[in-house]
Ligand binder design. Sequence first.
Ligand SMILES: NC(=O)c1ccc[n+]([C@@H]2O[C@H](COP(=O)([O-])OP(=O)(O)OC[C@H]3O[C@@H](n4cnc5c(N)ncnc54)[C@H](O)[C@@H]3O)[C@@H](O)[C@H]2O)c1
Length: 296
Amino acid sequence: MKKIAVIGAGTMGNGIAHVFAQNGFQVHLIDVSQDALDKGLAIIANNLDRMLAKDKISISDKDNTLSNIIKFIDLKSGVSGTDVVIEAATENLAIKLKIFKDLDAICDSNTILASNTSSISITQIAAATKRPDKVIGMHFMNPVPIMTLVEIIRGYSTSNVTTKTIMELSEKLGKTPTEVNDYPGFVANRILMPMINEAIETLHHGVAGVQEIDTVMKLGMAHPMGPLQLADFIGLDVCLSILNVMHDGFKNAKYAPSPLLVNMVMAGKKGVKSGEGFYDYSESKKAEKISSQFEN
Ligand SMILES: NC(=O)c1ccc[n+]([C@@H]2O[C@H](COP(=O)([O-])OP(=O)(O)OC[C@H]3O[C@@H](n4cnc5c(N)ncnc54)[C@H](O)[C@@H]3O)[C@@H](O)[C@H]2O)c1
């Protein structure tokens, strides 16, 4: 395998393109937005510069990586001649079902179609195609060049051959692929999101403040980052949407999103991307606004 297509040049797509290109693959990076493609490439160049400054790569590594990436707006030209397509477009069921239906119609019948979705059912995505055995989840973690896990999600019909191929492909990137089955939240988010939700409920019930909750989990549990700060980095809207998928999928109240999380998302406080979540990213840290939301 030499040629890979990545659909979506946002946070995850540009990271995935970066690691494939740095490992010698030719990457076709596809997005509906020219601006997203340009920004994605600029982010990759910037990240490579940082690696260069830390002596982790050479100038020729940087040049080779960038020259391995070609940008495409048109899906059909972008996927032409590629062995694997990795979809990392916006987390929206309708968008993903349309992309996979189109891919099934235009890609070679042997091409494996992978999705980087955080929460949408791989089985449901695969059902939009006539090749469900060749559809699989390839869930990279953010930031992709740094995080070594790839959660490999087998849909109901994903074949052993497809799984083996994608596990081996992930290893070629220096990652550690880990195989899981397709149930809401897979493994990573099924465990992470209830923890984040419980941290938000702990804040909501006034048990402790933002800093205190994060300090307990960082110093007490040796987590590199507290759950509330992590939620800000993931995006509170993303956390809410994943919890909703698990709540709907399992019909179990334990996955019901905290009312405080719902309120914050409705108020536009989405974390780092909106400038404010549990912490204030526009000025100095300000947790006071959140304390006024305490129930008790
Ligand atoms: N952000 C994270 O921390 C994270 C972690 C793991 C997985 N994911 C998953 O990765 C996927 C992408 O997330 P992101 O954070 O990179 O999103 P993002 O919003 O940063 O980027 C999405 C990109 O997809 C493009 N796009 C939308 N529709 C398209 C289409 N039809 N064809 C081509 N491009 C299209 C958009 O223009 C945008 O550039 C989602 O499924 C998300 O759940 C995200």
